[in-house]
Design a protein around this ligand. Structure first.
Ligand code: ZLS
Ligand code: CA
Ligand code: ZN
Length: 396
């Protein structure tokens, strides 16, 4: 397979791929938009292209309680580990769920094997971080991770355990500075908050921002970390609030400009890139007009920085497009983006799921009519201006 596709191991560096099929067997519920099955679809496309031959493939273990406790409170973990799906208490008067740690509502339901699911997602992220730290991998991929909303003692937005924070904490044991980049359509609030008071992690999130109508409602341009005099983490949170319909061209211009300037100033020693695929056009929850090429261009830009890097998954609610994006981005990691065929492999399982047989459907194929672009060029320039000024406060 690898030979027929022309895909070979990248020269001079190693890529590792971390996953566990056990994770994909979990269900949030029939109507819930988060479908762990999208991981199965992604992996099967990646394998159909023969990419596993170019990477070190690891079956992820579940993270231990102690590992989860490097970020989460033990009270929260104890509850998460023992609560039963049927246990959601209801308010006697209005019958609304009376939630502990925000668990059991419609966004973060309790389901069979929840603790297992969470510890495996964290396990893959931690394994990825350890491969980077030991220098066995230059790029480590954990598409099952990227659950950026989870807080120290609270579930939020489909996220229960913040695997990203746990992985970054591991990187910080060896690397002086870590840059976290988040291209999920939602604001990476959990990761931002976790590192609010340190100057060793800089976070940057690109997201749809509408404080009243789009989750989680945080991440305004001037939310840059608590600005108290004694907080070394002040100015180390960059937020890029966007509107519906942004295109590849605009997004990549912003991304290259902003991430380029951050890297110049902050000089990270490693990168954690959350590749949430709900920023793609046609996503069930997303609002942007990004195509697989534009989403992937962010990964390509980061790879060219030649820094150790973890690629995380994240959101992504139209499984066929999630699979396309993460497949293309895996090919970028192994430097095979020019070698893979834009036509999906003939033998790919679930080929009919993809509707079109291309890795790069056009906006018309995805949406019929593309979403109206509500990002005037002038606003994008204002954003760049703000970030440029913010970075003056960051010591290099
Ligand atoms: O970044 O908008 C909300 C919160 C609500 C509105 C929805 N109702 C159900 C709960 C209260 C204010 N939540 C968002 C969370 C988005 C999380 C994104 C995660 C990530 O991509 C990283 C993995 C939200 N948006 C859409 C829904 N929830 C949602 C849509 C459809 C359904 C089905 C299941 C449940 C109820 C019906 C649900 C949630
Ligand atoms: Ca984001
Ligand atoms: Zn999202």
């Amino acid at each position: 397979l690898a030979e027929s596709s022309g895909i070979t191991r990248p020269k001079g560096y190693n890529v590792s791929f971390h996953c566990n099929p056990e994770m994909e067997k979990h269900h949030f519920g029939m109507t819930h938009p988060m479908k762990p099955w999208r991981l199965t679809l992604s992996k099967s496309l990646i394998y159909s292209y023969g990419m596993s031959f170019a990477m070190d493939n690891y079956l992820t273990r579940a993270a231990t309680y102690e590992e989860l406790a490097s970020f989460h409170s033990t009270d929260y973990l104890d509850f998460l580990g023992t609560v039963l799906p049927e246990a959601v208490p209801r308010d006697l008067e209005n019958q609304n769920p009376d939630l502990k740690y925000n668990l059991g509502g419609s966004d973060c339901p309790l389901f069979d094997g929840l603790y297992n699911y969470c510890s495996m997602s964290a396990g893959s992220a931690l394994d990825a971080a350890r491969k980077i730290v030991s220098k066995q991998s230059d790029i480590a991929i954990a598409w099952g991770g990227g659950l950026h909303h989870a807080k120290k003692a609270e579930a939020s937005g489909f996220c229960y355990i913040n695997d990203i924070v746990i992985a970054i904490l591991e990187l910080l044991r060896f690397y002086p500075r870590v840059l976290y980049i988040d291209i999920d359509v939602h604001h990476g609030d959990g990761v931002e908050e976790a590192f609010f008071s340190t100057d060793r992690v800089m976070t940057v999130s690109f997201h749809k921002y509408d404080p009243n109508n789009f989750f989680p409602g945080t991440g305004a341009l001037d939310d840059n970390g608590p600005k108290s005099e004694h907080n070394p983490g002040a100015h180390h949170a960059v937020n890029v609030p966007l509107n519906d319909g942004i295109t590849d061209e605009q997004y990549d211009m912003l991304f290259n400009n902003i991430v380029g300037k951050i890297v110049e100033k902050f000089r990270p020693s490693a990168i954690a890139l959350q590749c949430g695929a709900d920023s793609l056009a046609g996503d069930r929850l997303g609002r942007f007009n990004l195509q697989v090429q534009g989403h992937g261009a962010c990964v390509e830009f980061c790879k060219r920085l030649n820094l150790p890097m973890i690629l995380f998954g994240g959101g992504g609610y139209t499984p066929r497009n999630v699979a396309r994006a993460w497949t293309y981005e895996t090919s970028i990691a192994i430097n095979s983006q020019d070698k893979i065929s834009p036509i999906l492999p003939e033998h790919a399982p679930w080929r009919e799921q993809f509707r079109q047989d291309t890795l790069f459907p056009t906006l018309e194929q995805i949406l019929g009519e593309p979403r109206q672009n509500r990002n005037p060029q002038k606003r994008l320039q204002e954003i760049i201006q703000h970030v440029t000024e913010q970075l003056r406060f960051v010591e290099s």
